[in-house]
Design a protein around this ligand. Structure first.
Ligand code: SAH
Ligand code: F3S
Length: 481
């Protein structure tokens, strides 16, 4: 499960059968975080009503959309290569239109249209409802751009079209944007202010997924613990809310509870948690409801207090340890994963050693590790020189990855001999005779298919493992089935 996203960034062409009457073909690819994949499902839903069905064939598309990521320079380079490819196809099929969505659209705005002339359409993450108008403009021969960020848009009223779905697991977004301003991060600039989605619409979407046979949802947000609904306002204005609004407000712990109760047979996951916002009541909600999975993605970025401060992460190493200790006390078998950045400006060998020692304390189950990539416009880019040589960043990254591999392997091995509930998702990539699914802690397990099927909750006895995958045999259905 542990992977290095930079090397793993790959677009996924999304398929959907769609409305048979729809005459036009949309090719939509997504890069970057899960939120982008989720947003593409919203875009497909909006465009389905405009006469578009998705296609997997770039060559036959009338409209090509790429949902983009700006988080690291390499992510943007990947998208640029795809744009070159689309333009090569466009030479053969000149009526094809190309649009850029997401974070790169927001960051580069009309630069795509003016300087590069490689796209017809530029649409930021909060402007997808404007797509029908923008496409009309493009069809009339004009370029179109809308990169206005919103303080309200949550797309809560749009029912996403599930693309490339296994029919078992789905993502449901609960917040958009981020107010945290970590100094290395471009997200607050590309995705705007943090907004929480109406809990009612979240529950309705989850009920609808359950009715369609889905068995697991992951609640998505840049910082889910900071979820707060009190009738529509921004979190920063909560102080000004009425007593009534305050009394009926829903925070993340409460939302988890509402979801867990609404669908007690569904597995509930969430991502991402920010240590500074994760409160004990969230951990207690997790412990209270067995259908909330025992897994927390808890990015820390660095183990050095000095670097954490430079990054504007609003917690210390000691506070992070306290949080880890509390999680382990309240949910002893909770899996924990990290995001880590090596080579942030001014990072010394001493700081790097602090990261290593923090990792040794926590012994994370999984990790997503990156070399620092300076992003134009971020606070770090404006005030700190990107002064760590590339080779030092890479060497520290390799050390962090090697240690994570050791810890992942250690944690996987500890599960051999146990019998655990696995939710079957799909055929194993390596063997058609095996199912692949995950346990509550998010570790992948494979086992012979027998008569089970995707969507079944199965008790599996783990007999062996590779460094990240459990291997076992089914011993029967779980009670949850
Ligand atoms: N809160 C978000 C974080 C998004 S970015 C979430 O939902 O996951 C994901 C990860 O990318 C961050 O946790 C960080 O480790 C990494 N990252 C962000 N900006 C980066 C940069 N400029 N250079 C290298 N890695 C970065
Ligand atoms: Fe980025 Fe920090 Fe928000 S990593 S997405 S600014 S929590």
């Amino acid at each position: 499960m542990e992977k290095i996203i930079d090397e793993n960034i790959q677009g996924q062409a999304l398929v959907l059968s769609g409305d048979k009457a729809n005459p036009k073909k949309l090719f939509i690819e997504s890069y970057g975080c899960q939120m982008n994949f989720s947003d593409s499902e919203i875009v497909a839903s909006i465009l389905e009503k405009q006469g578009y069905n998705t296609t997997q064939s770039l060559e036959e598309a009338d409209l090509v959309l790429v949902n983009t990521c700006s988080i690291r320079e390499k992510a943007e380079q990947t998208v640029r290569k795809r744009l070159e490819k689309y333009n090569a196809v466009k030479k053969i099929n000149p009526s094809m239109k190309v649009g850029v969505l997401g974070c790169m659209a927001e960051r580069l705005k009309s630069k795509f249209l003016e300087e590069e002339k490689i796209v017809d359409l530029v649409v930021g993450p909060d402007a997808y409802k404007d797509l029908p108008n923008l496409i009309e403009e493009v069809e009339e021969g004009r370029n179109a751009v809308n990169v206005i960020l919103s303080k309200e848009e949550t797309y809560g009223d749009i029912s996403p079209v599930r693309l490339q779905s296994n029919g078992v697991t789905a993502f449901v977004s609960i917040t958009r944007g981020c107010d945290n301003m970590c100094t290395f991060c471009v997200v607050p600039f590309t995705r705007g202010r943090e907004r929480s989605r109406d809990p009612q619409s979240i529950i309705e979407e989850i009920n609808d997924l359950a009715a369609k046979g889905f068995k697991e949802v992951t609640l998505l947000g840049q910082n889910v613990d900071s979820y707060l609904w009190y009738g529509g306002g921004l979190k920063k204005d909560f102080d000004k809310a009425s007593d009534m609004q305050k009394a009926t407000s829903v925070n993340f712990a409460k939302l988890l509870e509402l979801v867990a109760i609404a669908q007690p047979k569904m597995r509930i996951r969430f991502s991402t948690s920010n240590p500074q916002d994760m409160t004990l009541d969230v951990i207690e909600s997790m412990a209270k409801y067995p259908n909330i999975c025992n897994y927390i993605h808890l990015p820390v970025q660095s183990g050095s207090n000095r670097i954490l401060k430079e990054m504007n992460r609003l917690h210390t190493r000691e506070e992070y340890f306290e949080l880890i200790d509390n999680i382990r006390k309240i949910i002893p078998d909770c899996a924990i994963s990290q995001d880590m950045i090596t080579g942030f400006p001014t990072e010394t060998e001493e700081d790097h050693k602090d990261t290593i020692s923090l990792m040794k304390y926590v012994k994370y189950d999984f990790g997503f590790m990156f070399a620092y990539s300076e992003r134009p416009g971020t606070l770090a880019a404006r005030k700190l020189e990107d002064d760590i040589p590339e080779e030092t960043k890479k060497r520290r990254l390799q050390e962090v990855i090697a240690l994570q591999q050791e810890h992942s392997h250690y944690n996987t091995q500890k599960q051999v001999g146990k019998t655990m509930e696995i939710l079957i998702e799909k055929s194993s990539k390596k063997s058609d005779a095996h199912w692949s699914g995950r346990n509550s802690q998010n570790t992948v397990a494979v086992f012979p298919k027998e008569n089970y099927k995707p969507g079944d909750f199965v008790m599996v006895k783990i007999t062996e493992c590779t460094s990240t995958t459990l291997i076992g045999e089914a011993v029967g259905y779980s009670e949850n089935n």
